[in-house]
Design a protein around this ligand. Structure first.
Ligand code: HEC
Length: 164
């Protein structure tokens, strides 16, 4: 028994040297969602505290990011989150892709699916939890960013048989 515990401890210690890269990209004011869309102070605050940690190139890492495998789990959330919606590249993607992300943003706020619930399990991010009024506020913000170009692109793809 003691031997197994020692082996597990050794594996844990060795694992500490296997870390994901730390994401810390410079903010590009010509593409950053907040810089480009200039929302009011409250929307900016919600975006920064509740969304940017998974959907931008400037996540704030909590102290437990120092622990493998927690850091890999956080890293995967950021990589996966940015694939769907990336606030840092907002200004550089095609117009209909922006419209698509805004549409998904409205949907997420309506169903209250974001921030993903995992986020609350660990105390530090309690401030990311959103109130009813904040969900409404962000919904209206995403709605204001829409221009309908995604619906046109979607219809075009469907007509061309290209799928989604
Ligand atoms: C803890 C990490 C995390 C936080 C914080 C977070 N998200 Fe996400 N988000 C994800 C992940 C992971 C995905 C992709 C997988 C999924 O849809 O569950 C995602 C997907 C999305 C999508 C795409 C959904 C789709 O169906 O394509 C949108 C839009 C989105 N998030 C918006 C937001 C907004 C707005 C906030 C802030 C209110 C936010 N997210 C906060 C992790 C996060």
């Amino acid at each position: 028994m003691k031997k197994i515990l020692l082996i597990l401890l050794a594996v844990f210690i060795i694992a500490q040297f296997i870390r994901p890269p730390r994401i810390a990209e410079p903010v590009d004011p010509s593409t950053d969602l907040i810089a480009v869309t200039r929302p009011d102070a409250e929307v900016e605050h919600i975006l920064r505290t509740s969304c940017y940690d998974c959907h931008s190139g400037q996540p704030h890492y909590p102290w437990y990011n120092a622990i493998t495998p927690v850091n890999w789990w956080l890293h995967d959330h950021i990589v996966d989150g940015r694939k769907h919606f990336d606030a840092s590249t907002w200004g550089s993607v095609l117009g209909y892709e922006r419209d698509h992300q805004a549409k998904e943003g409205m949907e997420m706020m309506e169903k209250k699916e974001m921030p993903i619930p995992d986020y609350f399990y660990i105390g530090r991010h309690a401030d990311a939890k959103m109130t009813e009024a904040q969900y409404d506020k962000l919904y209206a913000y995403f709605e204001s960013l829409r221009d309908g170009s995604w619906d046109i692109e979607k219809a075009r793809r469907k007509a061309a048989g290209e799928g989604k």
